[in-house]
Ligand binder design. Structure first.
Ligand SMILES: [Mg+2]
Length: 377
């Protein structure tokens, strides 16, 4: 099988309401849809959901980098040659940054492999270690009463894990976490993510100390991404585990974080690692260092989420996972794909990993056409 063409189009996924965190406020979610055609009539799909504040790239840099550099490097190649292709991006094109572009094109190659073999993506990554993922809801910066209300509604749907965005003034963070804990009850699992928002390491320690009595499982990215000394200080001065997300991009950053002893959990996202191969390398470093991983996401549509869910299910070392569903309140009003499902298992909403070939997502051409974006400058 040979790759014959690569197409990229930019979309603006419409959200029910803006999602606000310490580092951004999004009223809609921009993404790039990558389509890879082959000489065997199979088409693979990938999605870039670039987060400028994480990696510096945008939907338009993704378009340019794929069009100018990455696509010409894969035309005529076999999508199964993914290791050689990624090596070419790193050591022949000397790609700097632009992980979202690499991740989206690489995702489409994996989708093609699965479709060619008639196997779901997770089977190409070692097979499933779990057949379902406990659903997680992310709660952005909002008034405590609104958060409590959403928590109660989601609890009624069987959601048992709530990821609360903090990194605001510590007292305001405490009000939000207290409201969610009160609404969720003692059994629900709560985690917090500061997205680098706290002023410095001492503020982060004070904030986490305020939040610990509410039974949080871990605190994520308490300090700036490049300040591993600060992360290590925080980790040494609080009781809960520390997860690092923005700090842990590809394998090299993961190794530096592991060497610094700066965290207990790596947050792995394809838009940071530049794809699945590098995500597996980050996980290998974590496992060797006694660090667990949480497979996150950047709020992709069903397509990109499916890639993360396959990876999550395939990693025995993934002790936590962001398993958000795009149709929940605050999510996408016009998802571009279908194939994700959740079911109640003993009252717990559980996301099922799609088991049809490749990513297992069927795209909706009308929804794609409705959300096509034009460059504004
Ligand atoms: Mg995070």
């Amino acid at each position: 099988m040979k790759i014959t063409a690569v197409h990229v189009e930019t979309l603006e996924l419409q959200m029910e309401k803006p999602f606000v965190i310490a580092s951004s406020a999004l009223a809609y979610s921009p993404c790039d849809l990558v389509r890879v055609e082959t000489d065997e009539a199979l088409v693979g799909y990938g999605e870039a959901c670039p987060a400028y504040e994480f990696t510096g790239d945008t939907v338009w840099t993704v378009q340019d980098v794929i069009g100018e550099y990455l696509a010409p490097s894969v035309i005529g190649k076999d999508p199964f040659a993914v290791e050689a292709i990624v090596h070419c991006w790193e050591r022949e094109l000397w790609t700097v940054g632009n992980q979202a572009a690499c991740a989206a094109l690489e995702m489409a190659l994996w989708d093609l492999q699965g479709k060619a073999l008639g196997r779901p993506l997770c089977d190409l990554l070692g097979g499933r270690t779990r057949d379902g993922l406990v659903e997680v809801i992310a709660l952005g910066w909002d008034e405590p009463e609104a958060l409590a209300d959403k928590t109660r509604r989601m609890l009624a749907e069987g959601v048992t894990v709530f990821k609360i965005k903090v990194g605001d003034l510590p007292e305001r963070d405490e009000q939000r976490v207290a409201a969610v804990r009160q609404a969720a009850g003692p059994q629900a699992r709560l985690t917090v993510d500061a997205n680098q928002g706290w002023l410095n390491a001492k503020t982060a320690v004070r904030a986490i100390r305020l939040l610990e009595p509410y039974g949080i499982e871990f605190a994520e990215q308490p300090v700036r991404m490049d300040d591993l000394e600060a992360a290590r200080f925080v980790r040494a001065h609080v009781d809960v585990p520390i997860a690092l997300d923005e700090s842990v991009r590809g394998p090299r950053e993961a190794l530096a974080v592991a060497k610094a002893g700066a965290c207990d959990i790596f947050v792995v996202k394809l838009m940071k690692t530049g794809g699945i191969l590098n995500a597996l390398k980050v996980n290998a470093i974590a496992e060797a260092a006694g660090i667990s991983v949480m497979v996150g996401n950047m709020g992709e549509s069903s397509l990109g989420l499916a890639a993360h869910f396959h990876l999550n299910a395939a990693l025995a070392n993934a002790t936590h996972g962001d398993a958000d569903l795009p149709w929940r309140p605050g999510g996408y009003t016009d998802d571009i794909g279908s194939g994700l499902r959740a079911e109640l298992r003993e009252g717990v909403s559980t996301v099922l990993v799609p088991m049809s070939p490749g990513l297992g997502i069927t795209l909706n051409d009308d929804a794609i056409a409705r959300q096509r974006a034009a460059r504004r400058w």
